[in-house]
Design a protein around this ligand. Sequence first.
Ligand SMILES: NC(=O)c1ccc[n+]([C@@H]2O[C@H](COP(=O)([O-])OP(=O)(O)OC[C@H]3O[C@@H](n4cnc5c(N)ncnc54)[C@H](OP(=O)(O)O)[C@@H]3O)[C@@H](O)[C@H]2O)c1
Ligand SMILES: [Zn+2]
Length: 340
Amino acid sequence: MTDEICIKRCIELANKACGKTYPNPLVGSVIVHNGKIIGEGYHKMAGEPHAEINAINSVKNPELLKDSTIYVSLEPCSHFGKTPPCANKIIEIGFKKVVIGTLDSHDKVNGKGKKLIENAGIEVISGILDEECKELNKRFFTFHQKKRPFIVLKWAESGDGFMDKNFKPFQIGNPLTKQFVHQLRSEEHAILVGTNTALHDNPSLTTREIVGRNPVRILIDFDLKIPRDFNIYNDQAETLVFNSLKESDEGKFKFIKINRENFLENLMKKLHEQQIQSVLVEGGRYTLQQFINSEIWDEAIIIKDENLYLGNGTHAPDFPAKSYKTEIFRNNIVKFYKNY
Ligand SMILES: NC(=O)c1ccc[n+]([C@@H]2O[C@H](COP(=O)([O-])OP(=O)(O)OC[C@H]3O[C@@H](n4cnc5c(N)ncnc54)[C@H](OP(=O)(O)O)[C@@H]3O)[C@@H](O)[C@H]2O)c1
Ligand SMILES: [Zn+2]
C-alpha cells in the first residue's frame, strides 16, 4: 500500500462531510499497520472530534497504534480549539510515522503541528498528493489566504442565451440538473441572489431535492424592497441581508449595512467577517456580471439547453472563459470553469 493510495483514501473519507464542517476544513485519516488499514475516520462537523481522533477511536486493538503509521490529508492541529490538539494525541500515542497530505496554511497551525510531532522524535512526511489535498479544501484555503469566500457562479441559459422568458421566471434546467444544483447548495457555505431575482422568482434557496444542509442565504437588497412574507425570509435558513438602511440582528436574519460604492470589495470583507467560506452566486445577470467583471470568482457552472429558444428576456452574462469539463444531463449541457 503506497502513501498515495492511503492519502487518496483520506481525501475520499474527508469528502463525505463536504458542506458540513464549516468553518472547519474537510479532513480524512487512515491508520495502517503492517500494510493493512486498521482504522479510518473523518471530521464530520465543527465541534465534533477531528479526523485523526475518529480514526484512532475506530481501531479495534489499540495496542497496534504505536507500531502504526497515521495518514492525514491535512496537517494535524496544534492549538486548543473546541477539542484538544491532534498533534499532542499523536505524540502521546507514539505512532511510528505520520504522513501528511498538505500543510495547513491557517495562522493557528502553519507548520506548527508538523514541527511539534517531529520534535517528539516521530518521523513525519508531508506533501503527498499535495495538489489534491489543497483542492479538497479549496474553500478553506481561499478563505484564509485571500480573506474572502470561495466564489462559485452558477446560472442556466437557453440556446439563444436568455436566463428567463420575457423577464418572467422560466425553468431551463431539467429534474436531473435541479438535483445537481441542490447538491451544490448543500456543499457551499452560502448562496447569494440579487434583488430582482428575489423579487421575480421568489426563491427559497434551500436544499430540497436531496438530503443536505441549507446554505446561509445572502440577499442584496439596498432599499429593502423584498417583502417579509417572501420565501427568502422563511425560517428554514439563516439569512444575511445586505442593504443601505439598517444594521440589526433579528434571530435568523441579520441586516448588514453596505454602500453601493466599491460594493463587491466591501461585500467580500463583510462576508469574511461573517466567516462565510464559500458562496454560490445564483444570479441574476446583473449580480453575476459584477463578479465576472471584477474577476472575483473561482469556479463557474453554466447549465444550457441548446434546443431551447426563449426569444426575449434577461440576457445571460457575458462570459468569455473556456470550460475545462462538460457533462450531459439529458437535454442539459453543464459546463464547468475554473479561475485558479
Ligand atoms: N436562469 C438562471 O439561472 C437565473 C438565475 C437567477 C435569475 N434569473 C432571472 O434573472 C432575472 C433577474 O436578473 P437581473 O439581472 O435583472 O437581476 P439581479 O442580478 O437579480 O438583481 C439586480 C438588482 O440587484 C441590485 N443590485 C445587485 N448588486 C448591486 C450592486 N452592486 N449595486 C447596486 N445594485 C445592485 C440592483 O437593484 P436595485 O437597483 O433595485 O437596488 C439591481 O438592479 C430574473 O427575472 C430571473 O428570473 C435567472
Ligand atoms: Zn485536530
